[in-house]
Structure formats: C-alpha cells, structure tokens
Write a protein that binds this ligand. Structure first.
Ligand SMILES: *Cc1c(COP(=O)(O)O)cnc(C)c1O
Length: 456
C-alpha cells in the first residue's frame, strides 16, 4: 500500500444528487403530528415556515434528489472536501487500524453546515422569500446561513443562545461580516422571549427557546421564512454529499469502512457521512458498524426516550417521534454548544430503533484530550463538537489494537475549532469540568412529554 495521506476529487466529482435514505428504509418513519390536533400533518401545514420545494423534500421517498446547478456552483468553492488517512495518528496510537477522516472544516464557515445552508437559501430565494430567520447555539449554523444568505441576496436574522452570544463574540462578528443581524436569545423581540425573561431576566437561553423565537417571527410575515440547521429530513438529506464523496474517495484508497463514527447534536453531520453507507448496506452491500457519539451532558440517544415531542420550548413546532430528553430540558453549559439540543433527528432515532446504528456518550474532558492528541498528530484543531467523533474513532482504533485486528475506521471531522480556542484555553487551564445533567430535571422534562395516542 502506498503511504498516500490525502484523497482529493475535483469539482466535477461533486455529487449530482442528494441521497434520500427514506427510499431504502425497511419501515417508514412515524408521521409528523400537528401540535394542536395531534393528527398527521400535510405539506400545507408547514407552508408558513418553509418553501414548498423543501417541504416536498422533507416527505419525499425518491432515492435521488437532483442538486440544482446553482447550488453545485456554490459547493465548488470548497467541495469536494478532502479525505485524509490519519497515518500519524495511527502511529501515535500504535494501532493496526486504518483511520480515515472526511474534513468538512474547509467550508467558508468552517463546518459541514453550509452544505444545507446554501441549498436552503437557494430554494427560499427561488420561492421569492426576502428574509430568513433562524437560531444558533455556538454560532456555526448562524454563520453558515449568513454566508448562504449573502451568496443569494437574502436578509438573515439570527437568534443566538445568550450564553454563546456572550462567550463567542467572534462567531457573532462573522455573522455580521456576512451581513446578518444577530440577536441574543431570549430577547425582547418576541412573545416567547419576553415570557422567559419575565420569569428570569438573566436566562442563559437554550436552542429550544431560540427556535421558538425564530419560528414566531418567521410565521408572522409572508416574505420571511424559517431555516433549521439540523434535525429535519431535508437538512440530513443535503448533508449526504459528505458520505457520497467519501465512498468515491475510499475507492481511490482501495478501502471500505468497517466502522463509521460521527458526533451527534441534531444528527445532520452524522447522517451526512453515514446514510450513503447505510443505504448501500440496505440494498445488499457490506454491513458497517455505525457509531453516533454524543455528549454525556446532553445524551438524547443513550438516555432519552423514543417518543413524540416538540422541537422547541414554547411548543410552536409540530410533534415528531425522536429520542428526546424533553423539550423543557436545559442541558448544563459545556463547550460543544452545537450538541446541546434536547432531541435527535427522527431519521437517526428511527435507525437506532431499527438496530442499524449504535450510540455512545463521552464527557467533555475525554473528548478534548482526544482532540488535542489528534491536533498534535494531524495538525488540524477540531471543533469541540468534532472532538466527540475523534474520541469515538480513537476508542475504536484502540479496540483494534487490543484485539490485534486491522479494521478500517472512517469518521467525520465536521468542523475546525479556530473560533473555539477559549474552550481549549479552559481545557489547558484545567477549568473544563465534566458536568452531569440534573437527573431530577431530566425526570421532570420527560414527565412533561406530550401525551399522544400513537397513530397505527
Ligand atoms: C452544528 C454542529 C454540530 C452538531 O450538529 P449536527 O446536526 O449533529 O451535525 C456538530 N459539529 C459541528 C462542527 C457543528 O457546527
């Protein structure tokens, strides 16, 4: 075997279609329910929030959904992203495993999120929308949508979780550089924000609250729509360019993964790398072990309940069946802001129920330790979220060493950590704590799950 470390594809190899796993599922997803009637919703129910093209993708069962040329044109700026063989990390771990990582940090915003931001901005522009409203936790999604909005000439307004707004001024500055307006959430600009602030003026905010604010504003105006950076089927769909490219790049390497690892917040970067491989498996291809890694402080897949729940705190969104910690659950503050969501994508949740994926949770100091080891071997500083995937991949590689077998491990390095160096400063200063969530709060949030008579 040669000692190639980098597998590159040109822009002509950018996939022509997104891969829709709904076409290959052995059992369909449970229906999405109306928050009031608790009956299955139709495309028209979502029309105040999303353009029809995206709603149709949300419910589509077509295997391939063509990527519009204007979207592929923007993708060309950074796609195809590189696939690396982590030879120096392998050596540092003294593992017989072959470790590969797909690097999404080369996008303008520094993560996988522009893959869907660009697509969503395109379809909104096409539908005549003038303004996009969204929420952001750590700021990755907000800056990705701000970038996409600037490309297609859309106004972008971002509700940023208060604690991140204060902690991450550089992400905010990036959004403003792209021309977006950034508001700390909870804010005084919405009914749901004012209600929270009335109870607690210094509320640190949460993704659930920021979603309520964004949805409330978007529903008020015809020329304004909402955009979500994870969780929904169409978002996961747009991310499948990652896995499709990885299949072609591993073919160049003469390899195929035995194990795939991704970190999960809402599930989109994990789906992006894993779904094309799961689809190949469902159509008779090789069985791959697929591992979702989540933070121990916000463990929806490993500790949550598989149940119908709201996507937001104010209960404005439809009900979806997913692994959830309860919509009122506020995770403790930790550094992977992009992983602090109470629910998991319905598609990822469904795959876990079907036994097609497995999940595990790690505390943040173990993840930073893995991230630092990775940076010292491979040179790239991962985002705090991505450190969870690095940790998961290292655990798998050490298992290979223990068992004396050489497996092929692929993980998604979903973003760089250049805007997150304060987290690294805290880690080196011994200030990162492994915070456990409050069991009582979790029990309360789960007790508050909506009661739903499950459709047959
Ligand atoms: C947003 C984000 C995540 C979490 O979202 P997913 O939808 O689970 O991918 C993970 N990593 C990075 C770098 C992010 O920006």
């Amino acid at each position: 075997m040669s000692d190639t470390v980098k597998y590159l594809l040109g822009e002509e190899s950018i996939p022509k279609a997104w891969y829709n796993i709904a076409a290959d599922l052995p059992k369909p997803l449970p229906p999405v329910l109306h928050p009031g009637t608790k009956q299955p919703i139709g495309p028209d129910d979502l029309a105040p929030l999303f353009p029809m093209e995206l709603i149709l993708q949300e419910v589509s069962t077509e295997r391939e959904i063509p990527i519009p040329e204007p979207v592929r044109d923007v993708y060309k700026q950074w796609r195809c992203t590189p696939l690396y063989r982590a030879r120096r990390l392998e050596k540092a771990l003294q593992t017989p495993a072959r470790i590969y990582y797909k690097y999404e940090g080369v996008s303008p915003a520094g993560s996988h999120k522009p893959n869907t931001a660009v697509a969503q901005a395109f379809y909104n522009k096409q539908a005549g929308v003038k303004r996009l409203i969204t929420e952001t936790g750590a700021g990755q999604w907000g800056s990705s949508l701000a970038f996409a909005g600037s490309v297609f000439g859309l106004e972008v307004q971002v509700f940023m979780v208060r604690v991140s707004y204060d902690q991450k001024p550089y992400r905010r500055a990036l959004m403003e550089t792209y021309g977006a307006r950034c508001i700390a959430s909870p804010s005084n600009e919405t009914h749901s924000g004012r209600e929270i602030l009335a109870k607690r003026a210094d509320h640190p905010g949460s993704l659930g609250i920021a979603i309520s604010e964004a949805v409330e504003v978007a529903a008020q105006r015809d020329d304004t729509k909402y955009a979500l950076g994870s969780v929904l089927n169409h978002v996961l769909l747009h991310q499948t360019v990652i896995g499709q490219e990885a299949i072609a790049q591993l073919e160049m390497a003469g390899d195929y993964p035995d194990v795939i690892v991704g970190c999960t917040g809402g599930g989109s970067n994990f789906a992006g790398i894993a779904f094309p491989f799961i689809g190949a498996q469902l159509r008779g291809g090789k069985k791959v072990r697929i591992v979702a890694v989540e933070p121990a402080a916000c463990p929806s897949l490993t500790r949550g309940r598989y149940a119908y729940d709201f996507g937001d705190t104010a209960h404005l969104t439809p009900l979806t069946k997913m692994h959830t910690l309860g919509s009122t659950f506020t995770p403790p503050g930790f550094h992977a802001g992009g992983l602090r969501y109470h629910g998991m994508a319905p598609l990822v949740s469904h795959l876990q129920e079907l036994g097609l994926i497995t999940s595990t949770a790690y505390h943040q100091t173990a993840c930073f330790e893995a991230g630092v080891q990775f940076a010292r071997a491979e040179g790239i500083v991962p985002a705090p979220e991505a450190n969870h995937a690095v940790k998961g991949a290292i655990v798998e590689a050490l298992k290979c060493k223990e068992e004396g077998v050489s497996r092929s491990i692929l993980f998604n390095l979903c973003g760089h950590g250049h805007f997150d160096m304060q987290a690294y400063i805290d880690y080196f200063g011994g200030k990162l704590k492994d915070i456990d969530y409050d069991e009582k709060e979790l029990a309360m949030a789960l007790a508050g799950l909506p009661s739903v008579a499950e459709p047959a």
